[in-house]
Design a protein around this ligand. Sequence first.
Ligand SMILES: *Cc1c(COP(=O)(O)O)cnc(C)c1O
Length: 428
Amino acid sequence: MATALELYDPQVYELVRQEEVRQSGKIRLIPSENYVSKAVMMATGSCLTNKYSEGYPNRRYYEGQQVTDLIETLAIERAKGLFHADHANVQPYSGSVANLAAYTALVEPGSTIMGLKLTEGGHLTHGWNVSATSKFFKSVQYSVDPKTGRFDYTRIEEIAKKHRPSIIISGATAYPREIDFEVFGRIAREVGAYHISDIAHVSGLVVAGCHKSPVPYADIVSTTTHKTLRGPRGGLLLCKTEHAEKVDRAVFPGLQGGPHMHTITGIAVALAEANTREFLSYAKQIIANAKALAEKLAEHGFDIVSGGTDNHLILIDLRSKKIAGKKLAKALDRASIVTNYNTIPGDTAPPFNPSGLRIGTPSVTTRGMREKEMAIIAGFINRVAENIENESVIEEVSKKALLLCSEFSVPDHFIIPNKTEPQYMYSE
Ligand SMILES: *Cc1c(COP(=O)(O)O)cnc(C)c1O
């Protein structure tokens, strides 16, 4: 395939190659990103992209579904097995659409939904003001306790009792602690709300048993397939049998047309990969790495929100270091360490120039890095933070980062850039 692209469109081929080099030569710490396997990549880039399959297996609106029915059924069965769910829908184009489908499956437009505020770690689609989810629904938002950086479940219960939403959403985009889905389920029942759990970030940890599963406690569980789950970009909905028909109708024909069968094919492969011993040790190592990275950063004097992490991500409060999140993220990118700036609980700075940095360990774990490398990376981050105006130090860190990357090749299919420097041991 690479040869065909090279031949027919050298311009795009060159750009893809540049991105491969970037992905292999940078320490990627964005917690929502990963590296898929070659098998997932092949499935996603397969001829299934040529097929229209509106409808569901054995109930399609187009002919020629001999193979697609089998693939989608396989993906559904694998999802149900892996998550221990009664029903699965593998068609949502992405996590955002999956969430909108979950809401519209259960309640009417104009109903009240209650989710975690974006600036406190929630997702746009949990009712943030610029999202369609706050235009089609009334949105009530909850926060995390600014003192502990954790959920105050009593406070969440009070808000739920006061506003009596129709849906309560558990789950987050930037929350470093394990979420008690059972408590969210109980609060929802108390106020007569549905409980929708969005595990986009932690679903890979959930299937490995490294994070409690919301499946027993939620009416619908929504996830992306491309974060810790390590599949192609897509969405997945799981639910109890009683909601199955409503969920399916909400996705198609409610919100979508033809499913992306090439993505569903890739999801099927990723779900099989997630059902292996290797995936289990990957998930455990993600958490071990995140804990190690948080600890080392704390030793360098970084203020870690909530004092640490239970999952794959770390939120750093940079106010004590007097550096803006965006400034550090940009300097780190020049140092070949890719992160994202982020708001922190109770942040008074705006989301486009917030006080925090969000980092995570899925990508580096997929490359085989372990606790020892986390200590090295913490040293790199600290060195950049302490020399934020010094481009020659930033360049020096970048060279070291590239060398570290060259020792941990991207599994299977990415190009490793040429080593331009001799190898040496990292002492930082
Ligand atoms: C990433 C994320 C989504 C949305 O996923 P997209 O695939 O980008 O649409 C939804 N919810 C949460 C909690 C997320 O972190």
